[in-house]
Write a protein that binds this ligand. Structure first.
Ligand SMILES: *Cc1c(COP(=O)(O)O)cnc(C)c1O
Length: 423
């Protein structure tokens, strides 16, 4: 798609032409002992801190110091409706309507709360389909939901697996499973972008396949949110969840997101766990009223939320909105394409990129399999200033993040990898 060339000069040229290059300076880039920027390719695990975050958090600390409880209504961004300040920009980032999105709890907690509503097993239809290489937390959550409802967590989980000798999942295999077991499956729950291979699934297609067989369909988009344009509304999925500490740069353990499709917004009959924050805002503080369900995704909240964490999310989302997701996607494809080009140029028989080749079927992450390698490779990369992630048995996951990584970062990473492999 792009015409790449080898050599450091070309990387520098790409950086010079990059409209988003100035955003790097809006982030704190971790440094080595000599004060040089590390090559940080781990935004898929913990995104970097925007320089504005501190001011956003400090504002809430100050308002709390000055106002005490009055801050709920009198803070510059009042705390009572604070989550509403995030809804619109978060909705844009994941391609949803504001009524479909809420920031609350943490990721695995949200996954459970969504399953309370969208996993309604019956003795005939109780199974859950997930991808074979699902993120462990998702797998544990799904298994425990089965047990919670009194079903067996072994035969109750149906795996969508890669074929022998392959890493990526094929839709025709999913269709074949549904053809055979569709009427036994209550829920399809897939990681929107697989954390291990980086495969970005066609959410719309999976949803269609699932709905055709009468299954509910939900996605864990932890590796998608802030990385690819998910278009959750158009996907038609029943629900989705994601975290904000990976590509959404909102700090370790920060709050998570949840999406509930508009078609469920006013359904008061859906089973769910509730708390006072799921109650009609106008009458919430009457305290003695009968429960009155708040419409939309907001209606899945339980508690008054941690404002400090939300302030960090607001700082990050303001940046995303300033950049615009289309610009981000454009650079992302170019940057990861360049990374792929350089890795392929190494022409090393031990190296294989297991992430899809098509830029529409991946985000910025490349998962690089290095045959015969062990964790010392990762150690050497770290010692050389490359921060990336190692997954057993032999895969390094690297995510050049378009908001703060440069073409030079990618160039240097590959040079360092080459030097280590030639040792
Ligand atoms: C990162 C990640 C998690 C982590 O869950 P937490 O509840 O935030 O600790 C779970 N699932 C997926 C797919 C992830 O990528």
């Amino acid at each position: 798609m792009f015409d790449y060339k080898s050599g450091l000069d070309f990387a520098k040229e790409l950086d010079q032409k990059d409209k988003l290059a100035p955003y790097r300076n809006q982030f704190h880039i971790p440094k080595d002992q000599n004060g040089n920027d590390l090559i940080y390719l781990c935004g898929n695990s913990l995104g970097l801190q925007p320089k504005t975050t501190k001011a956003y958090v400090n504002q809430e600390l100050e308002d709390w110091a000055n106002l005490g409880v009055e801050g709920h209504t009198e803070a510059r961004h009042p705390w009572l409706p604070y989550h509403e300040f995030l809804a619109e920009s978060m909705a844009k980032v994941v391609g949803a309507k504001p009524i479909e999105v809420v920031v609350m709890n943490t990721l695995t907690a949200n996954l459970h709360f969504m399953m309370v509503s969208f996993y309604q097993p019956t003795p005939k239809r109780y199974k859950i389909l997930i991808e074979a290489d699902a993120f462990p937390s998702d797998k544990y959550a799904v298994e425990s939901q089965l047990r919670h409802h009194g079903y067996n967590d072994t035969d109750g989980v149906i795996l969508w697996k890669a074929r022998e000798g392959e890493e990526l999942l094929r839709y025709e295999d999913l269709e074949a499973i549904l053809e055979k077991h569709g009427n036994e499956i209550a829920l399809i729950m897939i990681g929107g972008v697989n954390y291990y291979t980086g495969q970005y699934f066609d959410l719309k297609r999976i949803t269609k396949i699932g709905h055709n067989s009468g299954c509910m369909v939900g996605f864990d988009c932890a590796h998608g949110a802030g990385n690819v344009q998910l278009n959750l509304h158009d996907s038609g999925a029943d629900f989705a969840v994601w975290c904000t500490y990976k590509y959404l740069n909102s700090g370790p353990g920060s709050l998570a997101g949840a999406f509930v499709h508009e078609r469920h917004a006013y359904n008061k009959n859906l089973n769910r766990f509730t708390g006072w924050w799921s109650h009609n805002k106008q009458t919430r503080f009457n305290m003695r009223d009968e429960f009155d369900q708040l419409p939309g995704a907001e209606g899945w909240q339980l508690s008054n939320p941690p404002i400090l964490s939300m302030a960090a999310i607001r700082a990050s989302l303001d940046l995303f909105n300033a950049v615009g997701f289309e610009n981000l996607t454009e650079k992302s494809k170019k940057l990861t394409g360049y990374f792929e080009f350089l890795i392929n140029e190494l022409n090393n028989e031990h190296i294989k990129i297991i992430t899809p080749k098509s830029s529409d079927e991946r985000g910025c992450q490349l998962s690089i399999q290095v045959k015969n390698a062990d964790k010392t490779l990762h150690q050497k990369l770290t010692e050389s200033g490359v921060i990336c992630d190692w997954r057993e048995p032999d895969v390094i996951r690297c995510a050049p993040v378009p908001l703060y990584n440069s073409f030079e970062d990618v160039y240097k990473m590959v040079e360092i990898l080459k030097a280590i492999l030639n040792e």
